[in-house]
Design a protein around this ligand. Structure first.
Ligand SMILES: [Zn+2]
Length: 217
């Protein structure tokens, strides 16, 4: 299988789609967050540095992130394809990622851009409700996943609540950040001719069908 990178705005269902690909194709899901958390448990100078940096809420130095990603991708389980997640986050990192791939003799593979209207994302985020008892997730803006009664869980009768950051302001901040940092990455991959766009304004199953078609080509 070719390597896969997803690019998508917040709440576009990127994580869910990545899980579906992992399940079907049994490829490793490489996430920078996981790599850093793993290293932070190690009893070494590097482990200590990463642990302290994460604990203080700061960002790990780029050079260290690059080195760790390269080491992770060099492992055997990545040689037949992987999904990379949470990286690159800006154009500098994208350029660095190209260099890492070259060093390892890998191809960039499929860069899949999930396109979704801003309004659809807004509705998804502001409509999301979670059962405080059984954690079931509903969406009051989507008839297909709305609870029968607005604040009560269909399956257990528990109370539904809204997560603190599931509000319009928080979404708009995250969305603006995405546009600003990610558009240059999209242009970069467009020039390399490796991007495939997928319409994400559809059910999880249908979006996955489109992604699956690209992967299995
Ligand atoms: Zn419930």
């Amino acid at each position: 299988m070719k390597n896969i990178m997803f690019i998508a705005p917040p709440a576009a269902g990127k994580g869910t789609q990545a899980e579906l690909v992992v399940k079907k194709y049994k490829v490793p899901h490489i996430s920078t967050g996981d790599i850093l958390r793993e290293i932070s448990k190690e009893d070494s100078e590097l482990g200590q540095y990463v642990f302290e940096t994460l604990a203080s809420g700061k960002l790990v130095k780029d050079e260290i992130t690059y080195q760790l990603i390269e080491e992770r991708l060099a492992r055997d389980d990545c040689k037949n394809g992987y999904i990379i997640d949470g990286f690159p986050r800006n154009i500098e990192q994208a350029i660095e990622y190209d260099k890492i791939l070259k060093k390892l003799g890998y191809d960039i593979g499929n860069v899949i851009l999930i396109n979704i209207d801003e309004k659809t994302l807004e509705k998804r985020i502001t409509g999301r409700r979670i059962c405080e008892n059984c954690k079931a997730i509903y969406n009051i803006n989507d008839p297909a996943s709305a609870p029968k009664e607005e604040a009560i869980c269909d399956s257990c009768g528990g109370k539904l609540y809204q997560r603190n950051d599931d509000n319009l302001e928080s979404f708009q901040t995250r969305y603006q950040m995405y546009k600003e940092k990610t558009e240059p990455i999209i242009d970069h991959y467009r020039q390399m001719n490796v991007i495939t766009e997928v319409d994400g304004n559809d059910s999880i199953e249908n979006v996955f069908k489109k992604i699956d078609a690209i992967i299995s080509e």
